[in-house]
Structures are given as C-alpha cells and as structure tokens.
Design a protein around this ligand. Structure first.
Ligand code: ADP
Ligand SMILES: Cc1ncc(COP(=O)(O)OP(=O)(O)O)c(N)n1
Length: 265
C-alpha cells in the first residue's frame, strides 16, 4: 500500500537562488510533510543581492498547468505568490474558479523586502477586487497591507482598521505581518483577524540578521500546508509564525548578502 501525503499547490514565480518564491514554498511543503505541486507563473533571476531580471509565462501555458493538475491530482489547499500583472492575476482567478483546489491562501506579493516590485502597479486593483475575495487567508506584509487597504498604517489601531478593510474586501482571515526595519527594538508583531471576528497579535523578538529572504513565502506556504493537513486556520497561522521565526533564528550560510532562511530548522 503506497503512503499517502496531503497534496497542496503553489501558484507562484520561480526565484533562481532558491531563497523565495516557488522554491521557498516547495522547501516548506516538503519540511511540513505535504506533497507540493506547482503552477509556475513567472521566473526571476535572483541572488542574495536582489532580482536582476524577470519574465512571465504565457497564459495558455498557465491554463494547461491548471488543467492537467486538476485532471490528475487531489489538491487540498493552494497559495498564490508572484503574479506580475493584471493578465496573470486574471488567469489565476479564472482557473481557480474553474477547478476545485481547496482553500486559497493569498500572499499578495507586491514588493520584496529589498524593494524589487513583483506586481505592476496597474495590477493592484485587479488583485484587490478579483483575487482577494477568493482568499481563505490573506498574508500581506506591512507595505502590501497599506496598498491594499488604501491607507497609511502608523500604529496598532491603524493595523486593526486595515485588517478589517481587507476582510471587507472578501478575505475571510487576515494576517498583517509586522514591520521589522533594521534597528527594530523589541518584538516584531503580526496582527491576525479571523473569520469569526477573533483578533490577536503574534509577537516574537526582532532578529538582527540579513538572512531573511523568503520569510513571507514560507509563512504563507506553512499555512497552506497545514490547511491541507486539516489543521484549523488559527492553529495553521500560529504554526506558520513559529516555523518562520525558528527558520530566521537558525541561520544558514548561503549567498553573500541577503540569504535565505533555514527550512531545516
Ligand atoms: N528580522 C525579523 N525578526 C523577527 N521576525 C521577522 C523578521 N523578519 C520577518 N519576520 C517575520 O517573518 C514573517 C514574514 O514577514 P515579512 O518578512 O514582513 O514578509 P514578506 O517576506 O512578505 O515581506 C512575519 O511573521 C514576520 O513577523
Ligand atoms: C519569484 C519570487 N516570488 C516572491 C518573492 C518574494 O518573496 P517573499 O517571501 O514575499 O519576500 P522576501 O522575504 O523574499 O522579501 C521573490 N523574491 N521571488
């Protein structure tokens, strides 16, 4: 009798240095004990200094990726990552509505933490109006939350208002990742708003390191893996938060500048 693992899926871009994007998602799926399928949307030439070039995949190829997985695999949860522009956002939305790939975690990738833009400005509204309503969980970082909620976040109260705005756009559960600019004193604090209205903060000490590439992908991929295993959303989010923190603290020596986190930790 063959072993069975829950099957989950990432819909994302490839990052050639393996620190972020689809590679970080697949590392995460593997270490969380789920089988990871992958729909490639785009590819970036990246290393630990940043992103140097990017291309998008043709939409008819993306359509076929969705179709052949739907015909053969039983995907229990999925996540989105880099979607580049309105055309790709709409391609993903169309296909996600066409098939059953389970609950969707939307990581609204707009910027990397080093300032590279992975979603064109013209696509912000498309992502907000067409993809966010499909989200079982949305996981914006501090900057992405401001863009999508169309407001400045200056304090805790603003974060809470922004989370409610994202929920009113249709995302069932929201986690807004806290700021962690260089020199942060004390904790990095993520805010969680659940579908039933429960709210809480997840705090962990700021870790002063340059090896933090792929943190956002790893968080959303862990949540996706846990949903695929049948874990409830609140626990999935908490496990994701803890997994990323452990992966940041236990540094690995890869690359000369901003390295990846440690998925083995
Ligand atoms: N230097 C850090 N110290 C502690 N926690 C961090 C640090 N950097 C990121 N995190 C945590 O990693 C997770 C991903 O957040 P973030 O890096 O903001 O996402 P993104 O990669 O989408 O910008 C969050 O839970 C955040 O609190
Ligand atoms: C192809 C690709 N997708 C996403 C990212 C950014 O990953 P994320 O984890 O959201 O952000 P960083 O922690 O890497 O800033 C990427 N670099 N490449």
């Amino acid at each position: 009798m063959a072993n069975e693992y829950p099957q989950v899926m990432t819909i994302a871009g490839s990052d050639s240095d393996g620190s972020a994007g689809m590679q970080a998602d697949l590392h995460t799926f593997f270490t969380r004990g789920v089988y990871g399928a992958s729909i490639l949307t785009a590819a970036v030439a990246g290393n630990s200094f940043g992103i140097h070039a990017a291309v998008n995949l043709p939409t008819d190829f993306i359509d076929t990726e969705f179709k052949v997985l739907a015909e053969d695999y039983k995907i229990l949860a999925a996540k989105t990552g880099m979607l580049s522009d309105s055309t790709l956002v709409r391609t993903v939305v169309k296909n996600y509505k066409l098939y059953d790939f389970g609950p969707l975690v939307v990581d609204p990738v707009i910027y990397t933490k080093h300032g590279n833009m992975l979603l064109e400005e013209e696509a912000f509204a498309t992502l907000r109006d067409e993809l966010v309503p499909l989200a079982t969980v949305i996981t914006p970082n501090f900057f992405e939350a401001q863009k999508l909620a169309e407001m400045e976040i200056k304090n805790d109260d603003d974060t809470i208002v922004a989370a409610h705005k994202l929920q009113s756009l249709g995302a069932k559960n929201v986690i807004i990742k806290g700021q962690h600019a260089e020199g942060t004193v004390g904790d990095v604090r993520d805010f969680v708003l659940l579908e039933d209205g429960k709210e809480f903060w997840l705090a962990d000490p700021y870790v002063a390191t340059d090896r933090v590439n792929g943190t956002g992908d790893t968080l959303s991929a862990t949540i996706t893996a846990e949903i695929g295993k049948g874990t409830d959303i609140e626990t999935a989010i908490k496990l994701g938060h803890d997994f990323v923190h452990t992966a940041i603290v236990n540094e690995i020596a890869v690359g000369h500048k901003y390295g990846p986190i440690n998925h083995w930790a």
